[in-house]
Design a protein around this ligand. Structure first.
Ligand code: E4P
Length: 219
């Protein structure tokens, strides 16, 4: 299972990279804006900065919603770092055409804003490298995001699609664990949700006891 961090915050990306378990980064225009990164040049430079911190895949999202615009922007993003950049394309009709275009040219894609199994099927047919179902946003509207991951897993397994299921809009540590049980290929999560995997009160209590006992005997 791959772990991606879902942020444009360089300090958090560095912290996750230093942990040694990071496989990549996902961003989106909202995450960029949250870090105060605005304007085309600043955004392109920020992607380059992210690629310098991590070794793995970096999803970089197109803003255009027409086919030609997506191709132009996607090629520009890809050229920033061809080994790492995955062009992130929205699940719309023009987006499916763009995914097919990039697939045919060996450029990897991440189909974003996926909320149904039918959309995920279409993304796989177009050859997307990753499909990003947004589980947290489905939970927000009282729809079970995790059951969407189960449905996509079943469909992809039925037909041996190679598209990887990238569970996105992960909000907490339990989402990560449930995705792992279902068999999502990748999760992208905030740093807090990844670090949440570390936590158990018995670990903390056990360590405190070990240290206290050591100190008793070594005074
Ligand atoms: C990642 O690719 C998505 O853009 C992201 O996970 C969306 O998360 P949100 O629903 O918390 O904004």
């Amino acid at each position: 299972m791959k772990f991606f961090i879902d942020t444009a915050n360089l300090a958090q990306i560095q912290e996750a990279q230093d942990l040694g378990v990071l496989d990549g980064v996902t961003t989106n225009p909202s995450l960029m804006a949250k870090e105060g990164i605005t304007g085309k040049e600043a955004i392109l430079q920020h992607y380059k900065n992210i690629c310098e911190i991590v070794d793995g895949d970096v999803s970089a999202e197109v803003i255009a919603t027409d086919f030609q615009g997506m191709i132009r922007e996607g090629e520009e993003l890809y050229a920033l770092c061809p080994q790492q950049i995955v062009v992130k394309i929205p699940m719309i009709k023009e987006g499916i055409k763009a995914i097919k275009y990039f697939t045919d040219r060996g450029i990897r894609t991440n189909c974003t804003l996926v909320f149904s199994a039918g959309q995920a099927l279409l993304a796989a047919k177009a050859g997307a490298t990753y499909v990003s179902p947004f589980i947290g946003r489905l939970d927000d509207i009282s729809t079970d995001g995790l059951s969407l991951i189960e449905d996509i897993r079943q469909i992809y397994d039925n037909y041996s699609f190679e598209t990887e299921i990238l569970a996105a809009s992960v909000r907490h540590t339990m989402h990560i664990m449930e995705c792992a049980k279902i068999g999502a290929d990748v999760i992208t999560a905030p740093l807090s949700a990844i670090l949440g995997l570390l936590k158990h009160p018995l670990t903390d209590a056990g360590l405190a006891q070990f240290l206290a006992d050591y100190n008793k005997g070594n005074k």
